[in-house]
Design a protein around this ligand. Sequence first.
Ligand code: NAD
Length: 246
Amino acid sequence: MTQKTALVTGAARGIGLATTRLFIEQGWRVAMVDRDGDELASVAKGINEASPFVCDVSQPDQVDQMVTEVRATFGRIDAVVNNAGVADFGPIADTDFARWRRVMETNLDGVFLVSQACIPSLKETRGALLNIASISGLRASTLRVAYGTSKAAVIHLTKQQAAELGEYGIRANCVCPGPVRTKLAMAVHSQEIIDAYHDAIPLNRYGTENEIAEVITFLCSEKASYVTGQVVASDGGFDSTGVGLP
Ligand code: NAD
């Protein structure tokens, strides 16, 4: 059987690294993409069946070159996981344009650019796009104007992709993680926010990277062959409650 290849962005750590490891356990090869070359090189060294590609997903030229290199290395792309992201906690009044753009460039432009560059490859394999948004894209809060707006846009972009690319057999789905103790989250989650999440989430805890990765790899697999245009929250039940974001 042909070995499938997944391209995972933001693969040097956190949810992207857990997703890389799970794909490999499930028999896939992985193109690990990240802009942090040092962290990527050191982690990729220990992973068979994966190759590192240094790329800032917000830069169109770097994205085009990276996708060309992934094609040259693996010969095919069966799934693209747009996971690279940056966090930002700021209300409207404190969010100057540079701060707004920094978030949009990675969280939204990056998803658009990587997806677009991979479409010719995904047409060949009738592959899958999987975009990582967030519960912050489902619920507004007083603190996350740039981050939440970028993630809400990713949810809509996913639906656009599903509508437009279905005729080529390409599926597009979106996963909205709840809080996970990664470097991204713990840089902005105070003890007060951690406690508030524990109270607000029906399962009363943060999720793990692996719990998110299980949903991602399922949606990219043949088991989800009739699922497209969907937004799946992996959030301990938080979105079902109607409680506001801490
Ligand atoms: P993380 O900081 O551990 O990992 C993010 C990775 O993305 C890093 O390796 C970083 O170098 C890379 N990256 C950032 N900007 C990039 C760019 N422009 N080009 C290439 N690589 C870039 O974070 P994580 O928590 O694993 O986040 C992964 C995704 O999950 C993000 O999209 C994030 O918004 C989303 N998410 C996380 C949480 C959470 O609580 N951790 C909750 C909801 C959604």
